[in-house]
Design a protein around this ligand. Structure first.
Ligand SMILES: [Zn+2]
Length: 595
């Protein structure tokens, strides 16, 4: 049953860290939102005007493309004809959007977009981190509560228990539902639990992801009949035997046939076409097939179909409240890890996603009405070119081997009185020491300096930061003594979850946790405070949005506050800001309504 094996899922999580490692609310009958003539109390005709609520979008749509660099829009816009083109040409395009923190990873980015807060506030500091109490790695969505269980559609029996309990603030969607008397329906989809869950929040009408060859959810979110139907009618395995071929003439592609340093899924080679037939090319869907499927445009199309079914089945955008629909397209991330950003695969999957999004918008126009819904599209992070490819340019690029960092630390402590191993885990930039070791080091400057010096001598290391240098972020938000990288690590720092020391690689050096002497199981990754990982698109279109190109620096944490402003609600955090320049002013519909 565990087709997309847990090994595969962990590989997905770990290679991003550079490690080797509802009961649902059908048209709520009571709502405070616009009183219709039928609901309004009869006489005293003067009153209702003052009670009218300013217009709000009927539906808020959040779209996240996992691992979409900001420059993909600049590069490939000319080849798009569908939804991506519409977003750019008819919407508000923020051309200088970037995450202001270091941990540019999936769980972190989605939580930031969803809450409007930085990781130092929302606490989702990575896809997975070292739990000091449990003395093990935990994923951002893993929930130890024994009453929580993952639930499979179409008879699947998934393992694990995933929720948003570790996310320290509510999502925009949760706040919307809570602050508007519950009329809001919250529905999210992704291939990844850490995307579907964080976009939804702690509770939702449906949060659905893909695991073990099946669509799954978990107990706080309940199940939906329309998803069950779709899971039975068109399961992922129905795409078995299809082939991913180039959709444009070969001359339309920017890069060569074979991406240098790429590591494709089992059963694929470096050139198109890519067959979706598993490891051997014959027989039944196997784990290799599901890896191929997740790395293909067919998975994006499956997510789009689910979103369209949700709109139809729940009549999203046609209730008394404002509904929330979110989709995170995971496949660009898988393709980017495998083939790198300079590949025909990345260019082609975006051409296909553009078509899917065109279909989704056409569906929303028809069912909800153009102008009645608002869409934001962004990404959770970018990606660094494959180091072997980057080296061709003559630039200083390479692989920063994290096991080497550990080796250097252990060796440096040999002349001091420390138990071995001193390091419990290195996960991405975060170095976690064994229990008690960091406290001892902090009081032992000779040993601490020896450790810091030893890390600095590992090839590819640019700087090392100590936890205590990051903890006082609120006191010195604009301190001129801090470098941008230092500030970025501070914006990522959450006490108890973040590491003890933080390794900043040189630009274009990939953090890699593969055991020394073994080949990497992926092409490239992300997760550091350089603009290639931080710079992502932010595009808004629809209700209340003033089209145009905007060049002021913003962050994806600004999306949720902007949605909140359009919906007239308040978020708990002020890390993000309202993108007021892209909002239509004045709110014509607000005139003459409030006293
Ligand atoms: Zn990734």
């Amino acid at each position: 049953m565990a087709m997309l094996s847990s090994r595969f899922m962990w590989k997905r999580i770990l290679f991003q860290r550079g490690m080797a490692v509802a009961a649902f609310f059908l048209a709520c009958s009571i709502s405070f939102v616009p009183r219709t003539a039928a609901q309004a109390p009869p006489p005293l005709a003067a009153a209702p005007k003052a009670l009218q609520t300013p217009a709000r979008p009927k539906l808020v749509v959040l779209l996240v493309v996992d691992q979409m660099r900001g420059d993909y829009v600049d590069k490939f816009l000319g080849q798009w004809t569908g939804g991506l083109k519409r977003l750019v040409e008819e919407g508000a395009w923020f051309r200088d959007a970037a995450y202001p923190y270091a941990a540019t990873e999936t769980c972190v980015g989605h939580s930031t977009i969803s809450t409007g807060a930085f990781p130092s506030t929302h606490g989702m500091v990575a896809n997975a981190w070292w739990d000091r109490k449990e003395q093990k790695m935990v994923t951002c969505t893993s929930d130890p509560d024994p009453s929580v269980k993952n639930i499979g559609y179409a008879g699947a029996t998934p393992k694990g228990a995933d929720t948003a309990w570790r996310m320290a603030v509510p999502s925009f969607a949760e706040e919307l539902k809570f602050q508007t008397s519950g009329a809001t329906r919250i529905v999210t989809f992704s291939l990844k639990a850490r995307a579907a869950i964080t976009m939804a929040g702690h509770k939702a009408d449906a949060a659905t992801w893909f695991d073990g060859g099946a669509w799954v959810t978990s107990s706080p979110y309940g199940t939906m009949p329309f998803i069950e139907e779709q899971a039975k009618a068109h399961p992922a395995k129905a795409d078995f035997g299809k082939t991913w071929s180039l959709s444009l003439p070969a001359s339309a592609y920017w890069y060569g046939e074979k991406a240098l340093g790429a590591v494709p899924p089992d059963g694929w080679d470096l050139t198109f076409p890519h067959p979706l037939r598993g490891k051997t090319g014959v027989g039944e869907p196997d784990s290799a097939y599901y890896e191929q499927w997740a790395s293909s445009p067919y998975a994006d199309t499956a997510l789009t179909e689910l979103a369209e079914k949700a709109v139809d089945a729940l009549k999203l955008g046609n209730s008394n409240g404002t509904d929330f629909l979110a989709v995170s397209y995971s496949s660009v991330d898988y393709v980017g890890h495998e083939f790198g950003p300079r590949s025909r695969e990345i260019q082609d999957i975006l051409v296909r996603l553009d078509k899917d999004l065109g279909n989704l918008f056409a569906h929303l126009d028809q069912r909800v009405g153009r102008g009645n819904y608002v869409v934001a599209l962004s990404a959770d992070h970018g990606v660094v070119p494959i180091p072997e490819d980057m080296q061709k340019t003559g630039a200083d690029a390479g692989v920063l081997h994290l096991p080497k960092v550990q080796e250097h630390i252990e060796k440096a402590l040999e002349s001091f009185n420390y138990a071995k191993p001193a390091v419990a885990r290195i996960s991405g930039s975060d170095v976690y020491f064994a229990t008690g070791v960091y406290e001892k080091l902090a009081a032992d400057s000779n040993a601490m300096n020896a450790v810091l010096d030893a890390i600095r001598t590992v090839p590819g290391v640019a700087a090392v930061y100590r936890a205590e240098e990051l903890r006082d972020r609120p006191a010195t938000p604009q301190s001129s003594t801090q470098s941008p990288a230092h500030r970025a690590f501070a914006n990522s720092y959450f006490p108890g979850r973040s590491g003890d020391l933080f390794v900043l690689p040189k630009p274009y050096w990939l953090l890699d946790g593969t055991p020394l002497g073994k080949p990497r199981s992926y092409g490239t990754g992300h997760g550091v405070p350089y603009n290639y990982d931080q710079h992502v698109p932010v595009l808004l279109i629809g209700f209340g949005i003033q089209p145009g190109q905007y060049f002021q620096p913003i962050t994806p944490a600004d999306i949720a506050p902007t949605f909140a402003a359009l919906c007239g609600i308040t978020l708990s955090s002020r890390d993000g800001h309202v993108l007021s320049e892209a909002l239509k002013k004045p709110l014509a519909s607000a005139k003459n309504t409030n006293p």
